[in-house]
Design a protein around this ligand. Sequence first.
Ligand SMILES: O=C(O)CCC(=O)C(=O)O
Length: 277
Amino acid sequence: MTTSPPAPTPLPPPPLLALQGVVHKIVSSAADVTADLSRSGRGFHIVHEAVSHALTGAVDGACADIPFNEFFVMINHARVETFEQQRKLLPSDMGGKDGPGGRVMLKCAGTHPVPPARFRGPRTAVFCELASLGAAVMHALNYVFPGAFHTITGPTMLRSFGRCRRQLVHVDKLRPKLMDEACPAVSVLVALRDAKLIMYPGSQRYLPEEKGGKLTACISPVTVLLKAGDLLIFRQDVAHAGAASVGTDLRHRWHWYVDGGVPDEKEGVFSVRPLTS
Ligand SMILES: O=C(O)CCC(=O)C(=O)O
């Protein structure tokens, strides 16, 4: 008598797709992200605990080894041109009577992020790990605003040091009128350590015609407190300013720009003046 082999045990159905990390956080709050980043919304969205402390700490620590002469002056409490007129072209020249201090930037290439030359070995690895999350953020935004985003640029590393005064209020997109509402160009900031940003909620609806003009509505600024690992996504036409900070340590942040290109560090900064009541 022949016996047939036992029927194979059917495989259990595959588990439901488990999304993880930053994509999961953005996709699972898609309705809020849409509302916040739409023209009618407040213009910014915070993703808490998007990046592990191990990673932000490692990148922040590695950045501390990058010497000042590799950074460029960017808008601070005054425009870059003003610093140039004062012959303060290098970060080491910045500051006033309280000593050196301010906010500087280092661009790590464009659409192909390149680790700073100083990074070697594990330090390059942590840079690459964090850089890879840029694509994740863009893909998650393509879920929220279906399929429209195609370029992520950066990162740009920001460093504040010494007595750093509040930035001029500005928007990142130089021609805010050209904003495409199907895929609003956004700036993305990862706090590598606790950080603050001053935001003007809804100001994308009240921009002046010309740079340097006043917002057309009185908007109370809010201070957004970011813990290390939090990620802030904001429309490039929302008015904002880096907050003042003090300290002897170097304070780094990491910026990407989705579909908007990197705001130029000098020409055509679209600063705006708040309307006071
Ligand atoms: O200091 C910061 O983190 C903010 C800088 C910024 O938002 C900008 O330059 O556009």
